[in-house]
Design a protein around this ligand. Sequence first.
Ligand code: DGY
Length: 339
Amino acid sequence: MIGTALHRPHVLIARAVFPEAVARLGEHFEVETNADDTEWAPQELSRRLRGKTGLLATSVERVDAALLDANPQLRAVCLMTVGYNNVDVPACTARGVLASNAPGVLTETTADLGFALMMATARRMAEAERFLRSGLWTKWRYDLLTGSDVHGATLGILGMGRVGQAIARRGALGFGMKVIYHNRSRLSAADEAPLGARYVDKVTLLRESDHLVLVVPYSAASHHAIGAAELALMKPRATLTNVARGGIVDDAALAAALRDRRIAAAGLDVYENEPAVHPALLELPNVVLLPHIGSASEATRRAMVGCAADNLIAALTGAAPPTPINPEVLQGKRWQSGV
Ligand code: DGY
């Protein structure tokens, strides 16, 4: 929809993004940006949304009933992330606001990082690098920084969606790992077969995994899915890797388990109160800590914002958004009016 400024929809891009995405949206809309990438407080986000029919956001900005009620003109909320636990989807649907996320485009990149983090954790790579940089490496030794094998070990996956399956493929086909998993629903036999994946209950998953990787979406149901009781079921030599969301793991309980060596090590890309990291985790040698970079390859980040832009342009120009979260809204007409 190319027209005069008066008739073009106004949209807000809540965070800094690649300039090409801003330019592309500028072909269709009057665009307000956040070039210096300030994390706006909820009131500020709400204030900047006045008069805007579209919002391009990330998994950080909270989109709740209060924000929607303060901005009844809003028609579309398009996230460049796959996770959308920051969006109250029922509240959007009730108000005829289309919500979309960016599934698919980050699957392989996030699986790469998840697998790499699991390996770094099992083989103590961050600890080894710190050891070397501190000048402590003076000789070869038979037990220097010995970790546990990844190849041939049992890979446990909690949450067997796109990313879970991509990690399972890497483990089964690249490293000869035995794959077990637990998920809300079981994969079809045709999807399980190439991975040799075995569906198990959660207790079996915790008991049998050598390397447990969490890839489950965050929701009230998955809050603290891994706490003290679950960690107590794991093998003392096991590792835990979380590339899903903070809040799935009880970080205080994990720090205690790592400190007491109830499990061997953990690799974390996400945290309960990120960007703050539980202070007890920062003190421990046996945890690899990354700053939420699961999807952070340049190509993938471009694809993620591209997907959000596709959704926003479609939603506000009357076309079908490619990856809606609440497609039922598309049955109505209210969201299509654009201006
Ligand atoms: C997502 O897409 O939800 C990621 O966590 C952001 O990197």
